[in-house]
Every structure is written in structure tokens, then in C-alpha cells.
Design a protein around this ligand. Structure first.
Ligand SMILES: NC(=O)c1ccc[n+]([C@@H]2O[C@H](COP(=O)([O-])OP(=O)(O)OC[C@H]3O[C@@H](n4cnc5c(N)ncnc54)[C@H](O)[C@@H]3O)[C@@H](O)[C@H]2O)c1
Length: 377
């Protein structure tokens, strides 16, 4: 099978997420890295792209040049990844969708709900794929958890509890470091700090495993380091359309926690637990029974988990291969075989609506507010 052609915007030398995309897109031989505008500095971006093997004429200085350069090529890219800072996602994603490209956009998809709804509409009108990189949902054992819930193996879900809390911004003496400070500055980060950065992964995960949507929420935001205008800690209670009760804690000042993303789902006949720091195991407890560890790669997994497990049982697979699973689903979708589970623009706008609802709620001392985007009410 010929490889699909792939391009990336952002993800330059030293970026956090760029390497995971490069590894992920190329892990299964599905995509060839053909074009890029990798850096906000044109000279550095072109040079880095060429160091990574991109031909000189497709190593672009900025995304507009890339759009023009790719638009009319016979061998134009089949997919572009947008891995730039948040405030640029809307403009770049919209422009590439309108020009007929499939897009994988980093989270958060947009800064506002209105922009999110526009992306949903533009993607629909273009007939192109707009995926959003909620890559944690692509770990095999998360897909296993979703399949077990859908299959009724823990009964109706009563309660979901999730955390995405780390301590990497917990040092008050480092709070003015520019790489940290912008995240809590509304001019750079938008209306929310930690909840928009990490909390939305947890909220998406709750919806993904429970196969349900967040309906309303109540939030408590805190800036525990007083110089921060935006929150560095948030507790969000929510309800899902099907009645499931949700609890979410996200923090960047939880010193001692490293990655700190985990989720527990409690149903009428059993409970499930998954943690991103031990992603190859799913802990399952049937009501009245013993706790079991379900391992990636073992026999008897649901097909959704089995097809995304590459190496043998007990050989760890980690974050870049979860990103690779997003690219596997994208390659299938580009070739016309839609896969369940690929997060799309609807997920992206639901997250933005939840972020803005949480900000509203926190300003009203935790009042319960509608968390749905207007287009899905
Ligand atoms: N899905 C995840 O788990 C995950 C994890 C980390 C980051 N992210 C998201 O990825 C995005 C990037 O985050 P990061 O941590 O890699 O940021 P970063 O600051 O480490 O890197 C950003 C890169 O984008 C480049 N860039 C900036 N503006 C550009 C422009 N206009 N055109 C081309 N390149 C440009 C920069 O030069 C840099 O190379 C953010 O939206 C973030 O939320 C997602």
C-alpha cells in the first residue's frame, strides 16, 4: 500500500509535542513526512524540516506558504497536523479544511465556543476529516474500558472519577519563568489555565469511556500561587446526559505527582481503573468478586483494544504509540474506513463549551451551568 503524505505545522526543534507526532505518524509505515512549517521562526523551521528529511521545496517558512505550496500539487499532503500554540489552532485548521485538506488539530481545538462550532460546520461542509488529538483515548486499554462499558460488563455507569494533576508548576519561585507564566496569563492562554490545558483531557476521557456527553457542571477554580490570574487548580463536578455523576480534579501544583492522569468508572456490577503512568494495565473488579489486572496484549481482549496492541504482552507501549493509534485510525478514515473512537471536531467544541461553562460557574461560586455547546442543545 502506498504511504499517505503527511505534513505538520508547529512541532519544531525542542517543542514538547512535535516528537510524539513524528513518531506516531511514522510508527506503522502509514504516513510519509512530506511537508512542514515547523517553527514560528521561518529560517529555523525550514532548516529543521530539512534535517528531518523533508525536501527543500516542501520545508516551508510559515503555514500560509505551506498552504499555497501544497494546494495545487498533484502529490499534495493527505493530512496536516496542527501542533502550534493554542491561539493559532482555529485560523490554521479552518484554512486547511477550506482548502480541502484533512486535519489533525492539537487540543484545545479553539479558544472560543463560537470558533469551535465554526470548525464543526466547516469540516462538515468540506467533507474532510477534522480530528482532535485526545490521544489518551487511543491507548489500547482505554479502548478496552470503553468496549467493556458498551458491552454492559460493569452495568449502568453510576459514577466516574478522574484526575489530571501534576506538580510541575508548583514552585512559586519559578512562577515568573516565561515558559510557565504564559499558561496563567489570559492574554496568552485564554479564559482558563489548568482546566483548559489538562482538565479537558480528563473530561474527554470520562465521556469517551462512558460513551456519554457532559450535560452540566459546577466548578471551583483556585489560583494557589497568587500572582497567577488564571487557575492552577480546579475541582469540577458534572453530570452526563445518561445520569452518570462525574468528579474531576485537575492541578498543576500537586507536587510529587508526575503525570497524574487516571480515571475510575464505577458501574452497577463492577468498577474499572486506568492510569496513564501504567497504561498497559486495566484494573477490573466485578461486584462481590476479586480485582483482576487486564493486560494489553493478552488473549480475549475486545477487538478495539486488540487491533491497537503492537508488541507482545508485558512489553510496554507508551505515549507515542497512543498517538500512533490516532494516526492508524486517521489513515483508515482517509482511505474510507471510519473507525469508532477517533476524536473529532464535535469533541473539540464540547471541550470548549465545558471550559467556558466551568469559568462561568467558578465566577458564580460553583453555580450549576449548561456545559453543552449551543449547537448540541
Ligand atoms: N495532546 C496532548 O497530549 C498534548 C501534549 C502537549 C501539548 N499539546 C498541545 O500541542 C500544542 C503545542 O504544544 P507544545 O507543548 O508542543 O508547545 P511548544 O511551545 O513546546 O512548541 C510549539 C512549537 O510550535 C512552533 N510554532 C509556534 N507558532 C507557530 C506558527 N505560527 N507556525 C509554525 N510553527 C509555530 C514553535 O516554534 C514550536 O516549535 C498546544 O496546543 C498544546 O496544548 C497537546
Amino acid at each position: 500500500m502506498t504511504k499517505l503524505k503527511w505534513g505538520m505545522i508547529g512541532g519544531g526543534d525542542g517543542s514538547q509535542i512535535g516528537p510524539a507526532h513524528r513518531l506516531g505518524a511514522q510508527a506503522d509505515g502509514l504516513f510519509e513526512f512530506a511537508a512542514g512549517a515547523l517553527d514560528h521562526r521561518p529560517v529555523e523551521g525550514r532548516a529543521y524540516a530539512q534535517r528531518l528529511g523533508i525536501a527543500e521545496d516542501r520545508a516551508y517558512g510559515d503555514w500560509r506558504e505551506m498552504l499555497e505550496g501544497e494546494r495545487d500539487r498533484a502529490d499534495r499532503i493527505d493530512l496536516v497536523t496542527v501542533a502550534t500554540p493554542n491561539s493559532t489552532h482555529f485560523e490554521i485548521t479552518k484554512a486547511f479544511l477550506e482548502a480541502g485538506f484533512n486535519v489533525l488539530c492539537e487540543k484545545p481545538m479553539t479558544l472560543t465556543v463560537e470558533e469551535g462550532e465554526e470548525i464543526v460546520r466547516v469540516a462538515e461542509a468540506s467533507g474532510k476529516i477534522c480530528a482532535v488529538n485526545y490521544c489518551y483515548s487511543a491507548y489500547p486499554m482505554v479502548r478496552q474500558a470503553r468496549a467493556m462499558v458498551r458491552n454492559g460488563e460493569i452495568g449502568k455507569v453510576r459514577l466516574v472519577v478522574t484526575n489530571f494533576s501534576h506538580g510541575h508548576h508548583g514552585d512559586a519561585t519559578d512562577a515568573d519563568n516565561p515558559r510557565v507564566r504564559w499558561r496563567y496569563d489570559p492574554a496568552m492562554a485564554g479564559v482558563s489555565g489548568q482546566f483548559a490545558d489538562c482538565g479537558i483531557h480528563a473530561l474527554h476521557m470520562a465521556s469517551f469511556i462512558c460513551d456519554d456527553a457532559v450535560d452540566r457542571l459546577s466548578a471551583d477554580f483556585a489560583s494557589t500561587i497568587p500572582s497567577r490570574e488564571l487557575e492552577d487548580d480546579a475541582m469540577v463536578n458534572f453530570r452526563m446526559t445518561g445520569g452518570t455523576v462525574g468528579r474531576l480534579w485537575t492541578s498543576s501544583v500537586a507536587i510529587g505527582r508526575q503525570h497524574g492522569f487516571d480515571i475510575q468508572v464505577f458501574g452497577e456490577t463492577g468498577g474499572l481503573r486506568w492510569a496513564s503512568e501504567q497504561p498497559n494495565q486495566l484494573i477490573s473488579t466485578p461486584v462481590g468478586g476479586r480485582t483482576q489486572i487486564i493486560e494489553k496484549g493478552e488473549a480475549g481482549l475486545h477487538e478495539e483494544a486488540r487491533r491497537l496492541s503492537r508488541v507482545a504482552i508485558a512489553h510496554p507501549e507508551g505515549f507515542p504509540l497512543a498517538v500512533a493509534n490516532i494516526y492508524c485510525d486517521l489513515a483508515d478514515a482517509i482511505r474510507g474506513e471510519t473507525r469508532d473512537g477517533l476524536p473529532g471536531a464535535a469533541d473539540g467544541v464540547r471541550s470548549m463549551a465545558a471550559v467556558h461553562a466551568a469559568v462561568d460557574s467558578a465566577r458564580q461560586h460553583g453555580a450549576w451551568v449548561d456545559a453543552r455547546p449551543p449547537m448540541f442543545r
